[in-house]
Design a protein around this ligand. Structure first.
Ligand code: RTP
Length: 182
């Protein structure tokens, strides 16, 4: 049976969305196979997002992921990787459809560069905030999105991510739900 790695990011944990998110996967009929609350360090976050290391938002993304505890999960079920991505919604919170997790619970893009620019604005009081707003609208890919949740994008990456986040392995159990759903 297919498995995927799902992570509730620090904003999702801080905002108390853990129960809501788990409920959405459960109600769809997927089985929870692994679950832990964990705070990771920079090296671990960099390893998880190694494919994005060349992106302009990479540093901000790593800062975001290490900023607080995340909930790491393994979910199992037919087509769980692709369906999990549909439940999660598009990467940019402003583009994710209503009814998806990101569409329902996320609005804004990240703040790391925004904060930097605002602090530097102490030097040139009025110019930097305006510059920030212009930059944010013209170059959204400089900012990492605060988008609540991560889900593996393919069966192979799910396998790698599960091995990275659950080196201790995950419990084996059969959900009797499957005989009703499938
Ligand atoms: P994830 O890996 O977190 O599930 O997200 P994803 O597949 O939908 O998007 P991905 O391209 O893998 O990006 C990983 C995370 O980096 C931040 N991001 N910011 N400003 C940007 O253009 C941008 N693109 C991505 C987001 O936090 C995204 O979830």
């Amino acid at each position: 049976m297919e498995q995927t790695f799902i992570m509730i990011k620090p904003d999702g944990v801080q905002r108390g969305l853990v129960g809501e998110i788990i409920g959405r996967f459960e109600k769809k009929g997927f089985s929870l196979k692994g679950l832990k609350l964990i705070t990771v360090d920079r090296a671990f976050a960099e390893k998880h997002y190694a494919d994005l290391s060349a992106k302009p938002f990479f540093n901000g993304l790593v800062e975001y992921i290490v900023s607080g505890p995340v909930v790491a999960m393994v979910w199992e079920g037919k087509g769980v990787v692709a369906t999990g991505r549909k439940i999660i919604g598009a990467t940019n919170p402003l583009e994710s459809a209503a009814g998806t997790i990101r569409g329902d619970f996320a609005i804004d893009i990240g703040r790391s560069l925004v904060m930097l620019l605002f602090f530097s604005s102490l030097l040139f009081l009025l110019i930097a905030p305006t510059l920030t707003i212009v930059l944010k609208s013209k170059t959204p890919n400089l900012f990492d999105y605060r988008n609540v949740i991560h889900g593996s994008d393919a069966v192979e990456s799910a396998r790698k991510e599960i091995a990275l986040w659950f080196p201790e392995g995950i419990a084996e159990w059969e959900s009797s739900l499957h005989s009703w759903i499938y």
